[in-house]
Design a protein around this ligand. Structure first.
Ligand SMILES: Nc1ncnc2c1ncn2[C@@H]1O[C@H](COP(=O)(O)OP(=O)(O)OP(=O)(O)O)[C@@H](O)[C@H]1O
Ligand SMILES: [Mg+2]
Length: 293
């Protein structure tokens, strides 16, 4: 059973088809990223799953059941724009949403402690990173099994982004399923178990980062430095210089040990090996002919 199963989802805004048949199967306890440029349809997919936004055709299931009010209780949603009250304090915001969700009062204290939130500070005085933490805390009040985050790190500085990634990983360790939309390929690469690349209302590829890189047929490049002997035995597209060889390979995990073996047996002394892998940006470029941002 999948945590979320979306099959052939079509969504129109008037005459405009924002989703043109999107299929996604998200497993329990994975971090799943929707990666795509502006207008790809990421928010639309998330709003259909998390907010019950209407759609034109297709199917949406949460833990095997049709999307319903009850199923929505399994889901916590952190929208792109936050839903905090600027003039209320951190604690008052949590109190407000706890009342709304019927969450036990002790959860407020737990969450304030867990995210090191400044209890009595007004929300308008919080930095972007703390605002985001508070938004996540709000969605955890009703202890959802699935957490959906729409562009969680947009606008955050590097330390706040890293802290956010740590929080997301921690939620996974607690058994949560996490779905996040992002247009930062780095975020998708470092954080997610699987990625769906979206473009213009379609999912154009799904898989682990490694699978996606391979799927696009991008080759990695090995750079080897040292006193190299026997590089001519490695094939034709190998660049050999005095103390350096550059070798394009399809699958570095398989090929690197063999290549090192050949070079060592020929009497090379290897000082440094570097593997240059293709990025998700390369994959997107290959599939669509344009860049991500
Ligand atoms: N309420 C709406 N009415 C009309 N068109 C809409 C509406 N919401 C979204 N759209 C259009 O649907 C398409 C997909 O939008 P969506 O917000 O899902 O994209 P996105 O991938 O989240 O983009 P971004 O990275 O900018 O957040 C866009 O072309 C957008 O203009
Ligand atoms: Mg969006």
């Amino acid at each position: 059973m999948y945590a979320i199963e979306v099959v052939n989802l079509v969504k129109r805004y008037g005459d405009f088809e924002a989703l043109k048949g999107v299929t996604l199967r998200i497993k329990e306890n994975e971090i799943f990223a929707l990666l795509g440029p502006n207008g790809a349809g990421k928010t639309t997919v998330l709003r259909i799953i998390a907010e019950g936004l209407s759609y034109d055709s297709g199917e949406v299931k949460v833990f095997g059941r049709k999307l319903s009010r009850e199923a929505l209780r399994f889901i916590g949603y952190v929208p792109q724009e936050d839903i905090l009250y600027n003039l209320l304090t951190v604690e008052e915001n949590l109190q407000f949403y706890a009342d709304l969700f019927d969450a036990p009062a002790e959860r407020i204290d737990d969450l304030i402690e867990r995210f090191s939130l400044p209890r009595r500070k007004k929300v308008r005085e919080l930095s972007g990173g703390f605002r985001k933490r508070l938004s996540i805390a709000v969605t955890l009040l009703h202890d959802p099994r699935i957490i959906i985050l729409d562009e969680p790190s947009t606008g955050l500085d590097v330390p706040s982004r890293r802290e956010l990634w740590r929080i997301i990983r921690e939620l996974k360790e607690e058994g949560k399923t996490i779905i996040l939309a992002t247009h930062y390929m780095e975020e998708a690469e470092v954080l997610s178990d699987r990625v769906a690349i979206m473009n213009e209302g379609r999912v154009i590829a799904v898989g682990t980062v490694e699978e996606l890189k391979r799927l696009a047929g991008q080759s990695s490049v090995l750079h080897i430095e040292g006193t190299i002997v026997g590089a001519e035995n490695l094939g034709s597209n190998v660049l050999v210089k005095e103390n350096y060889v550059r070798i394009p390979v399809e699958d570095p995990r398989k090929e690197l040990p063999k290549i090192i073996d050949v070079l060592l047996k020929s009497g090379s002394e290897i000082r440094l090996v570097r593997v240059e892998e293709p990025t998700l940006e390369d994959v997107f470029l290959k599939l669509t002919g344009r860049g991500l941002e």
